[in-house]
Design a binder for this molecule. Sequence first.
Ligand SMILES: Nc1ncnc2c1ncn2[C@@H]1O[C@H](COP(=O)(O)OP(=O)(O)O)[C@@H](O)[C@H]1O
Ligand SMILES: [Mg+2]
Length: 448
Amino acid sequence: MGTVFKESAIRSGLVSQRQMAKVVDKIGAEDDALIAATLVKSGLLTEYQAQQLHTGRTKLTLGPYLITDWIGQGGMGQVFKAVHKVMGRECAVKVLPLEKSTALSRDSFTREIRLQAGLDCPFVVRAYDAGRDGNVHYLVTEYVPGTDLRKLVRRGGPLSMNHAALVISQAARGLQYAHDLGLVHRDVKPGNILVTPEGHAKVSDIGLAAWSMGLDDDPRAGKIVGTADYLSPEQIRNPRAIGPASDLYSLGCTLYYTVTGKVPFPGGDSKSKCKRHCEQTPWHPRKFAPDLSEDFVDTIADMMEKDPSRRIATATEVAERLEIWCTTSFEVDRPIERQAWTAPPIGMDDGQEFGTSGADGPAVIGSGQYSSGLQGSSQQGSGNPGSKVGMVPSDSSMPLVLDQPVDPSMPRERRKPFPVGFVVGLMLGIVLGALTALYCVREYFTQQ
Ligand SMILES: Nc1ncnc2c1ncn2[C@@H]1O[C@H](COP(=O)(O)OP(=O)(O)O)[C@@H](O)[C@H]1O
Ligand SMILES: [Mg+2]
């Protein structure tokens, strides 16, 4: 017996008085749980909506969108599944919460909306609409069923070379599309690559961290935007000097994570990660995935080249290099299931999750070069301590912890071919020398 649910359901507008009376009549009881279950079964409510109504929440709309489910928590805000009340189209709605609604975040949001609105590529998440409901700003994008690459790896372990190549090459195609339009993503990471159950991959959040090259009205120009685990060395040294190549470095780190299940520089704080991006090479990927071929490892290494001028040149080239591992059909190795986010197990360090929110969104930190010390005020990443650049301690004199031993056989330090000619020559020399010595000794004794 209870009334909260019934009252909320009617007040929310999701269920009419008549519909409610019919259900109560049908089940012959006033039991909230039973009424809710019946309404869910009949398709009038979703499980999520019923849950919310039980708690007394009645506002389940954002502008003309009806919230049907909760998808996840990101660095910027929550993401919901929704349906347009009139058009009936399913979509994803990203909300900018009130407490984070600063002038800077609103500007970023408006920028994302404008940029995304102009993108039309099968490998990029499409933007449909944007709006404001009271003080809440929201962005409506295409809903991509499935999961993101980070969750895929966390739940099922590293992907095979074929599966990884399939996902990353599509992401590369999406990035090339953006690069051709003069956009740099700046926050390429596994969490921003959405993968459908059919194996179709799409890059998300392009507008969130992207900025138009050459536009100097970008409120974030000159600030580091990105997640420490995937930041390129040039992005760390001088955030103004980034270009499409920076996305390729981040995509290389993403590929490394996809096939090994490890970020390239695990452990340590963001400052330490940044230093290692600039100065060290990661463990050889075969340490974690022994079956990776030499060519595959070389492709990762060429994407993660520290010097942008020596890095693999374009996203198209990345896609082409990965093509030989792409299976013809979009067959995936494992079933994909979307679930609500769960808190990561404590102590598990894939380098991305330290907080309880599970968010790994972009961090915006104070401007300035890495060498001059990063400032610690994060505008957006405050919900996720640890892995964000925004959480870098402001004390630039703090010693940098280098807890990552350097493996001599890391990607860039490729093994030199075995010097067969030299060894054969040396052995011939030794044999000839020995024969000559023997001959001399023999001559000496015959002359005696
Ligand atoms: N368009 C979408 N369709 C389906 N799921 C999405 C979409 N956009 C984001 N998500 C899901 O919501 C989660 C949070 O997204 P987001 O706010 O972009 O996180 P982040 O700030 O870490 O990039 C993502 O990990 C993803 O699984
Ligand atoms: Mg995202």
